[in-house]
Design a binder for this molecule. Structure first.
Ligand code: COA
Length: 309
């Protein structure tokens, strides 16, 4: 869906969207394609890249806020579709930091020795929770999926630090109010857009810049490194101006920051793994590089993960 397509739905313009967000297009999954279906494609490509058979996976963690069903977890649906008989599977509901939270949990569980090979997925069908009459939100978000395989390593490579934080006091800055147990959407529900994403963009912008920088600094310093040691930053793709502000504050130049927001918009939990995959396949990550992932989302919630590749 291009900006020109959105001009036909709401009072907006390509010029406004590009200059305020950096987004030119976003993907919209067709009817009948659910988060599990997009995840399967990402998982198959991740397993192929890792040279691994599905039966070797013993842990599946999916970050999503747009699950196939309320019950069971979509991770269990993926388990069945992917033929992962030796795994335990569950979802994390951490909005745009879903992949980072998933990485953090998978890495900690692998460190205990209880699990060996994890599939960590970020996947969203945000088009199913967008109000295409609300220009504040419908221009920002898109659908997509990304996945990574994590395995135990002994050579010092891997996830060398993670940082997770949230502030529930700010939960109504970005939320879907209706449709849960507190405010069910039953027959006769009068649509007012409260069962779709509602957002206070300006308030989020400021917190996003401050807390993504904090999350980055926390994980870099804890590893005994500085910004100069970071070869590549994979930030959550929410707004090119947020990404630019982070680059400036962290003193990491934009040529070390991966950006693909123009093609996909904000894909929530899928944003970081899609960017990681594109960066890797484009040859932007070499053995030994320190790669910093940092994200921010509804909760409000934020977090980072530092990887020695
Ligand atoms: N097209 C045209 N005009 C729009 C518009 C659109 N799609 N959306 C909002 N506007 C209008 C507003 O109504 C406002 O009009 P007003 O001045 O008459 O009230 C004007 O543009 C300026 O809005 P403002 O909110 O100041 O713009 P902004 O520069 O802050 O950009 C966002 C808006 C949403 C792009 C920006 O705040 C943002 O990206 N915030 C973070 C959101 C985010 O990342 N959320 C997900 C977190 S994971």
């Amino acid at each position: 869906m291009t900006n020109a397509d959105l001009e036909k739905l709401v009072d907006t313009s390509d010029e406004w969207i590009v200059s305020r967000t950096g987004i030119k297009e976003r993907r919209v999954a067709p009817d009948g394609m659910a988060v599990s279906d997009m995840s399967v494609i990402a998982c198959e490509r991740a397993l192929e890249a890792a040279g691994m058979h599905s039966h070797e996976i013993d842990l599946v963690i999916l970050g999503t806020v747009t699950p196939d069903f309320k019950l069971p977890s979509t991770a269990c649906v993926i388990q069945e579709k992917m033929d992962l008989p030796n795994a335990t599977a569950f979802d994390v509901v951490s909005a745009c930091t879903g992949f980072i939270n998933g990485l953090s949990v998978a890495s900690a569980l692998i460190e205990t020795g209880a699990y060996k090979n994890a599939l960590v997925i970020g996947s969203e069908k945000l088009s199913s929770v967008l109000n295409y009459k609300d220009r504040n939100t419908c221009i920002l978000f898109g659908d997509g999926a990304g996945a990574a395989v994590l395995s135990a390593s002994e050579d010092g490579s891997g996830i060398i630090g993670t940082y997770l934080k949230s502030d529930g006091k700010l939960r109504d800055l970005l939320w879907i109010k209706d449709g849960g147990a507190v405010s069910p959407v039953n027959a006769g529900y009068a649509f007012e857009g409260d069962d779709k994403i509602n957002m206070s963009g300006g308030d989020i912008f400021k917190v996003a810049v401050r807390q993504m920088c904090n999350a980055a600094v926390e994980v870099i310093e804890k590893a005994g490194l500085t910004s100069d040691d970071i070869a590549l930053v994979i930030p959550h793709q929410a707004n090119i101006r947020i990404i630019g502000a982070i680059s400036k504050r962290l003193k990491i130049s934009m040529d070390k920051v991966f950006v693909n927001i123009e093609k996909y918009g904000n894909t929530s939990a899928a944003s970081v793994p899609i960017a990681l995959d594109e960066a890797y396949r484009a040859g932007r990550i070499k053995k030994g590089d320190h790669v910093l992932m940092v994200a921010f989302g509804g909760g409000l919630i934020w977090g980072s993960a530092l990887v020695k590749w």
